[in-house]
Design a protein around this ligand. Structure first.
Ligand SMILES: [Zn+2]
Length: 89
């Protein structure tokens, strides 16, 4: 009888992708976003008011009166603020 040595295939493949690569350290402040707002990744910080305008109150995390956003969220904000048309009025 042969005795097979089983190598667990899931050993080096952990589910958590959090520390996979040099992705980022500072999570995006937008609650529904899973990106990172590190500077080298193109992240920016917005004021609370700016963030409220785009995402609404409580939809983001505030750090030292600033809201860290990732590159794509910043794009969303920028797009939102490009034209001065206010949809609320
Ligand atoms: Zn984001």
């Amino acid at each position: 009888m042969q005795r097979k040595v089983r190598i667990p295939s899931n050993l080096g493949k952990k589910k958590s992708k959090k520390k996979a690569e040099k992705v980022g350290e500072i999570p995006c402040g937008i609650a529904k976003c899973n990106d990172f707002s590190d500077k080298h990744l193109g992240g920016r910080s917005l004021s609370q008011e700016n963030a409220i305008d785009t995402w609404g109150e409580g939809a983001f995390t505030v750090r030292k009166n600033r809201v860290r956003v990732c590159k794509s969220c910043y794009k969303i904000w920028k797009k939102d603020n490009k034209d001065d048309k206010n949809p609320h009025y």
